[in-house]
Write a protein that binds this ligand. Structure first.
Ligand SMILES: *Cc1c(COP(=O)(O)O)cnc(C)c1O
Length: 382
């Protein structure tokens, strides 16, 4: 039943009716005063979400466009950058950096483990000639369900006093606390199809004054993603090109919903859902792929020793119309992932746990008593 399909993947995420309705209006002229009002409102809402006084610019494109914009607008050919890699997205930013001719040094951790902030501290402290121009990491590493310690790494970057901190916060913004100004993050990238409860198509780049300082000297090629043109037009509540007008309607509606719920409640809800998902899965004999204590509030990766994770996923979809995510690269068939970011409530978590339990049961692989997962999850959901 296609219309019943529930997305529990880490993007695209479910979209509320209010947002869908906003989306379905007739487009308006993107140079109209009406649209300028929309840009003004959404910009203020985005600053609220990022807990910042900095510019937050909206780009038509997916999250990768925002990250690429952050990189090409602040760096120059041959400059040294440190990329933190402990999963698929960390790898992507190293690839983008190399594609633009940057001199990339990797700081790696095993997939499933968090990046070690001390590794960054050591490299930054040893850099007396201040060659390092940026540190680039993924806050919530979606491929493994690991939340990296952005706050501490950002603090070390601040102490270096030359490098800027560029962060992929695509699955952390709108799911957990990312106070841009307080943590001193210079560039934050995110995308609409994740915590924003929107369809794909818009992405967002927040830039600090240090990032704009770096932007002045940046010589990497750019045109559509030249953030200077976005900044100039944003000052007039406009956009350099034809933006995805209808997605702006959706953005205003979704951010309004988020403001009504409040940041603290949003973060608490995601945290609770991570705990419930983890407890439910452990109770039925499955494992949590992310190391203890560093699970992402947006996504839980589950290991299933001796069971084909792809088979569980396929059966959950077939039996219950719930779409879970699989493992990427060497993790294919080894893990599956429950996306729980954005428009997700307690019922969604209980249903997912029940569906996975029931599926394991029907496969003859349930190692505990049927209902054990639900019981464990219920304890946390209350
Ligand atoms: C989804 C995602 C992205 C963006 O991917 P796009 O397909 O370009 O939107 C980037 N980083 C992380 C961690 C993500 O989960």
């Amino acid at each position: 039943m296609q219309e019943k399909l529930t997305l529990m993947i880490p993007g695209p995420t479910p979209v509320p009716q209010t947002v869908l309705k906003a989306l379905s209006q007739h487009p308006i002229g993107h140079r109209s005063t009406e649209f300028q009002e929309l840009v003004k409102n959404t910009t203020n809402q985005l600053k609220w979400l990022h807990q910042t006084k900095n510019d937050v610019l909206t780009i038509t494109g997916s999250g990768t466009a925002a990250m690429e914009a952050g990189i090409v607008n602040t760096l120059s050919h041959g400059e040294k950058v440190i990329c933190g890699v402990n999963g698929k997205f960390g790898e992507r930013w190293a690839k983008v950096s190399k594609a633009y001719g940057l001199n990339v040094e990797l700081v790696q951790a095993e997939w499933g483990q968090p990046l070690n902030p001390n590794d960054f501290q050591e490299i930054l402290e040893a850099d007396h000639s201040k060659e390092i121009k940026a540190v680039i990491i993924t806050h919530s590493e979606t491929s493994t369900g690991v939340l990296n310690d952005l706050q501490t790494i950002s603090q070390y970057v601040g102490q270096h006093n030359k490098a800027i901190m560029i962060a992929d916060c695509v699955t952390s913004i709108g799911a957990c606390n990312v106070p841009m100004d307080e943590w001193g993050i210079d560039v934050i990238a995110s995308g609409s199809q994740k915590g924003y409860m929107m369809p794909p198509g818009l992405s967002f780049v927040a830039m600090s004054s240090r990032a704009w300082e770096a932007q002045k000297n940046s010589d990497l090629p750019k045109f559509y993603l030249d953030l200077n043109s976005y900044r100039k037009t944003a000052a007039k509540n406009s956009n350099p090109f034809t933006p995805a007008v209808n997605l702006y309607f959706a953005l205003e509606a979704s951010l309004k919903m988020m403001q009504e719920e409040g940041l603290k409640s949003i973060f608490a809800r995601h945290e609770k859902h991570r705990e419930a998902a983890q407890a439910g899965m452990k109770a039925i004999g499955l494992g949590i792929f992310s190391a203890e204590g560093c699970g992402s509030p947006a996504i839980t990766a589950i290991t299933s020793e001796n069971i084909d994770a792809e088979l569980i996923r396929t059966n959950v979809r077939k039996n219950f119309d719930i779409l879970l995510a699989g493992g990427q690269d060497h993790l294919k068939g080894k893990i599956f992932r429950i996306g729980h970011l954005g428009f997700v409530n307690d019922r969604d978590i209980l249903t997912a746990v029940a569906a996975i339990e029931s599926t394991l049961g029907s496969m003859g692989l349930h190692k505990a008593e049927i209902g054990a997962g639900i019981a464990a999850a219920t304890k946390i959901l209350g």
